[in-house]
Design a binder for this molecule. Sequence first.
Ligand code: PEP
Ligand code: MG
Length: 567
Amino acid sequence: MLKGIAASSGVTIAPAYKYETPEITIVKKEGVPEEEIAKFDAAVVTSKKDIEIIKEKAAGRLSDEELAIFDAHLMVVEDPAMAEEVKNMITNEKVNAEYALDCVAGNYIAIFESLDDEYMKARAADIRDVTTRIKFHLLGIKPADLSLIDSECIIVAHDLTPSDTAQLDKKFVKGFATEIGGRTSHSAIMARSLEIPAIVGVKGIMETVKAGDVLALDALKGDVVINPDEAAIAKYKAKEQKYNDEVVALKAYRDKETISVDGHKITLAANIGTPDDVEGALANGAEAVGLYRTEFLYMNSQALPTEEEQFVAYKKVLEAMKGRPVVVRTLDIGGDKKLPYLPIDPEMNPFLGYRAIRLCLDRKEIFRTQLRALLRASVYGELCIMFPMIATLDEFNAAKAMVEEEKSKLIEEGVAVSDHIEVGLMIEIPAAAVLADQFAKVADFFSIGTNDLIQYSMAADRMSEKVAYLYQPFNPSLLRLIKMTIDGAHKEGKWVGMCGEMAGEPDAISVLMGLGLDEFSMSATSILRARKIANSLSHAEMKELAAKAVACSTSSEVLDLIHSTVK
Ligand code: PEP
Ligand code: MG
């Protein structure tokens, strides 16, 4: 048995189909510039056609969000700057096209990969995917065609690119396992949306598994069993059936309200990164958007997005949510998220430095543009504006004053602005949690960002694997900060959400409901399970559980308490 990271849930049994992308070695050669440029142009044209065909075939199988990956690929293949650099190198150094492309693409990939950020790393993967395709054409190599698979199998590969994944036909491809990759790699995301089981990061799988070996893929645990015996096959078949029945049963929760057995209502919301994510949020029964991370809008563009570009994106989300609340977080850049066109001086501790609201209150023109776009879009739905990384009341008041100023200016200019926009803040710095009762006098709502709140309470960098053991959502110290935040808000009649990963954690729903959390915002695919759990709990009992939990001394005590109370 091999172990990896469960990237897309499910269980399946089928023979292995080994997908090996041909190894390519690029050799530097001397070339005639005109000929090499012509070869390069032809390879680009063919690659562009390939991508268009793949996109066409995938339409209907993938959501708009996944299909957008191919628009990103088309942008790379048509990118004039990259083509120009390749041609300049061919001309100046008289080298062969594939060598020039390898150097230029390698530089781009290295830059994007060095930006310690999942989104930018995904851009690097796009460039690698597209330029490998061009190189195949330049070298006359034809890789295996995954779209031709016509019998049931589990694909085993070193890695699958988004174009590979898009060609998979669910009817035959029952799942996949790859040697590399993480939960947030593109192929993992696409597997989740195709709803096929996938395990990534399975070290040694390419060496161990032979084509045709029967595999049992347990993508609930991350186990790959090679040639299981009859008893094991029966066990995994039963597990597969149970899981599939559960998925069907969960769908029944899509249009239900979220309400405890004793009538206590909560809101289950989705975290989104782009307007295209709304589709998946609604399909999974989201009652609101609890966090729209607007920084992706900035990361996706070559320069600061204009007011108009932002307005279009915000309007799209508000309209698509049809009157359901949408919490838009203002720009949270800095820390691990950087913008290539907005250099920030290097800092010793970027997570404790110039980021989010700190940057926005300093670079006011950037902030005002975003606020104007938001205010203009506000008439298209239920907008809540949320500031990230607020540490002091002065910061919140300054940011809120700017909202009011821009609102007055727009109204003076004759632009319509909604009169019921809520303005709130993220509670992700312990200082803000402790002063929640004061913040609640001036803010309309809070949303607890546990990803940062935990790193700041524990003084443990969220990017560091070595101190990952300190990421303890169930530590009583954190539960007390959450309690303080909720109690402070409720005293002033304000609502509290949570948009950190903890909100979607099945074990956390009970204790958070007991503490009085009003809104839980999570990745769309976690919503239905969360609703099933919430609808089975008693609010009165959860209040008792929460009271005991905050009195515990360790995270494991809290978890034991939850497990013994919630069956
Ligand atoms: C958080 O800190 O919990 C949060 C939701 O924000 P981000 O993960 O984007 O920092
Ligand atoms: Mg945060």
